[in-house]
Design a protein around this ligand. Sequence first.
Ligand code: NAD
Ligand code: UFG
Length: 353
Amino acid sequence: MKLCRMHLNILVTGGAGYIGSHTAVALVEAGFRVVLLDNFSNSDFSAVQRLRSLVNQEVPFYEADCRNKSDLIHVFNSEKEQGCPITGVIHFAALKAVGESVEKPELYKLNNVGGTERLLEVMEGFGVQSLVFSSSCTVYGEAENIPVDESSPFLPSESPYGFTKQACEKSIVQHAEKNIGFSSTLLRYFNPIGAHPSSVIGESPRGVPNNLVPFLCQAVAKLRDPLTVFGTDYPTHDGSCIRDYLHVMDLAEAHVKAILYLLQAGNSMGCRAFNLGTGHGVSVLEVIETFEKVTGMKVPHQFGKRREGDVVAIWANAERAKQELKWETTRPLGQGLLDSWNWQQKLGEEFDL
Ligand code: NAD
Ligand code: UFG
């Protein structure tokens, strides 16, 4: 089926966030009309301004909360009234700090699961049948077989955050079973890193970053203490944990492929999960070594205890995305780390400590 992308209006929830903003740019560049929605719980309006300047377009933005049905109805209605009904949704909006989710499990459930359920209700009310959902490899827990493929079972989640991703996937599958014609891709990301090569948009973590690469960049910029390598006695080749780090621009492009896949499949598809990763595992020490090589900067670091809840090693079998979405990563680890560092330098003194 041939689709005219200019007439496809894609709602990006969490569009002011890290992955949402990069995806919005990729969608605009691929010729879609894009509408952003965010409640700024982990972002601010400057991200919208920066992405608008990058694509040189007044991408429409709504300050709205996915937990609030009337907010969502307002967005869908306004677009319809302007003659651009929403065709499909990419749903990024969620809280994602694993540690915070342990302290505030109810907030995570309300925001992530509640927000997804309200969105599904409103999509149904407006007859919108295509949803790309931001899931995570956290749904697999400590997988028995690595690389992990999409048939691996959901193991008890390591955190309330992980539970919300499992619960959202289940709600979406149930919604598809009840609503003939509804289809969804459940995208299970591994570890996104990097920034747009222009350094106009990137990740702006609030407070002390939990994730390896943002913390590492801030440690190199001397905004933080030295990086602590969490655990050196894991059963891996160098004792540190192994993950699958993919460039956020590759990830953004996967969303363009995923929404096209849904819109082209029409009403025959139901739900389909896809791992999005490089297919290669990299240790924490290898990340440090590669960062030093590509940037020429020393990473101040020390060795510490294991972090509670960390899985030893996980990386993706991403064959399904390659075969069905015609997607695979193209940017090497070094490019992701260099782009993260360039973005960190751009943030410079603006950074909110
Ligand atoms: P992010 O925090 O940068 O972006 C999420 C955006 O959603 C933020 O701008 C936030 O303000 C907004 N938001 C949160 N709750 C909302 C609500 N109720 N209504 C409206 N807006 C709301 O995070 P990100 O890294 O871009 O992650 C995007 C998605 O990808 C999330 O669903 C996350 O769980 C998932 N994910 C992220 C990673 C990762 O490592 N970054 C890995 C796997 C999955
Ligand atoms: N690490 C350190 N020091 C740090 C931070 C991290 O050694 O200061 C290590 C961790 O122990 C882990 C690796 O770096 O071995 C990666 O840690 P991240 O926190 O960057 O990423 P995780 O794999 O733990 O989790 C991330 C997201 C989750 C998401 C998961 C899977 O934080 O939200 O990827 O997508 F669920």
